[in-house]
Design a protein around this ligand. Structure first.
Ligand SMILES: NC(=O)c1ccc[n+]([C@@H]2O[C@H](COP(=O)([O-])OP(=O)(O)OC[C@H]3O[C@@H](n4cnc5c(N)ncnc54)[C@H](O)[C@@H]3O)[C@@H](O)[C@H]2O)c1
Ligand SMILES: O=C(O)C(=O)C[C@]1(C(=O)O)C=C[C@@H](O)C=C1
Length: 291
């Protein structure tokens, strides 16, 4: 599909894109760009054969690349776009994988005046709590969703090219408005991560934390897996999407208040109804996953 794929940032997601692209023979050459502080990770990416070559010089990295994917934390994307601007090529298609899209589109507007027609914002809804190229895996995107959020200026040909790329990487592609993407993902990804971080923070500060964790098992482990996620990545996501996240935190506080009151009043009906409805709603989610 592409002659040269350049990944700006080759961590869990960038590395998994490279692996899938290689597996499926989608690109002749795959290279990565990183900063000097990323050198160990870049060397590891080369050693593992995830990329053919790595660069700490951006001009050399993007030279002759016909697809450039930004796979850094979302807080770094504006800086990366600024650095890419002098080498921006009309012959290439550009994309990103950031977990939030509004801030990426705003960053592109600030850097370029308007979103370049060959920049196609995208977000794979697949990942893990680990980071770095050593956490990258083959098949991460197989049958997983990927959302593309083109804007008015986006060239339909560039959108089609990124759509085809992700389909051939194994993903199920949807197209969505930027704002809608951020609202949906705030609910199903950003709020749960914030909750997991806050719960473990609360328990981890208690005097009896050693004992608490000693007797914690599956339920706690399942609920808190995502609290092991990278703090920088999640700081960036939560700040970038705070407008959508804050109203959800407020609704959650109300729901917790309702539950507290129900417990105080021994209101079994209210508690049972909530638990039953939640179980049914989760079943609908599971059914959708398998269909
Ligand atoms: N981890 C997930 O589950 C997941 C899922 C979907 C999307 N995302 C999004 O994908 C992006 C990457 O996440 P990840 O999990 O691969 O993170 P990661 O930490 O594994 O990889 C990010 C890489 O970017 C590099 N980097 C950071 N700043 C840079 C800069 N200014 N210039 C060049 N390189 C830089 C880092 O050295 C690192 O190798 C994030 O925007 C994240 O929101 C993550
Ligand atoms: O499974 C995980 O550990 C993830 O964090 C993956 C997950 C999520 O489902 O919330 C995290 C962030 C992404 O933007 C997309 C997917």
């Amino acid at each position: 599909m592409f002659n040269k794929l350049c990944l700006i940032g080759v961590g869990l997601i960038g590395g998994s894109i490279a692996r899938a692209a290689r597996d499926r023979g989608l690109c002749k050459t795959i290279v990565a760009y990183g900063r000097e502080i990323d050198l160990d990770n870049l060397k590891e990416a080369r050693r593992l054969g995830v990329v053919d070559e790595y660069f700490i010089n951006l001009e050399a990295a993007v030279k002759d690349a016909d697809c450039i994917v930004i796979a850094t934390p979302v807080g770094a994307i504006e800086k990366v776009l600024g650095e890419l601007q002098p080498y921006w090529s009309d012959r290439a298609v550009y994309s990103d994988v950031g977990s939030t899209k509004g801030n990426v589109v705003d960053a592109a507007k600030r850097v370029f005046g308007s979103v370049p027609s060959n920049f196609v914002p995208a977000h794979p809804i697949a990942g893990a709590e680990q980071s770095g190229v050593t956490a990258s895996v083959n098949g991460l995107f197989d049958d997983k969703r990927l959302i593309i959020t083109p804007v008015e200026q986006t060239d339909p040909k560039a959108t089609a090219s990124i759509q085809q790329f992700w389909q051939r990487l194994g993903a199920i592609v949807s197209i969505m408005e930027v704002d809608h993407h951020d609202a949906i993902l705030a609910a199903t990804s950003h709020l749960p991560h914030l909750l997991a971080f806050v719960l473990v923070d609360l328990l981890g500060r208690k005097d009896e934390q050693v004992e608490i964790f000693k007797y914690a098992a599956g339920g706690f482990k399942d609920f808190t897996r995502i609290a092991s996620s990278d703090p920088t990545m999640w700081l960036d996501i939560c700040l970038a999407n705070r407008q959508k996240l804050i109203p959800l935190i407020q609704q959650l506080k109300q729901e917790l208040d309702t539950m507290e009151l129900a417990l105080e009043n021994d209101d079994s009906q209210q508690i049972f109804q909530t638990f039953t409805y939640a179980g049914q709603a989760r079943q609908r989610f599971l059914d959708q996953l398998t269909n």
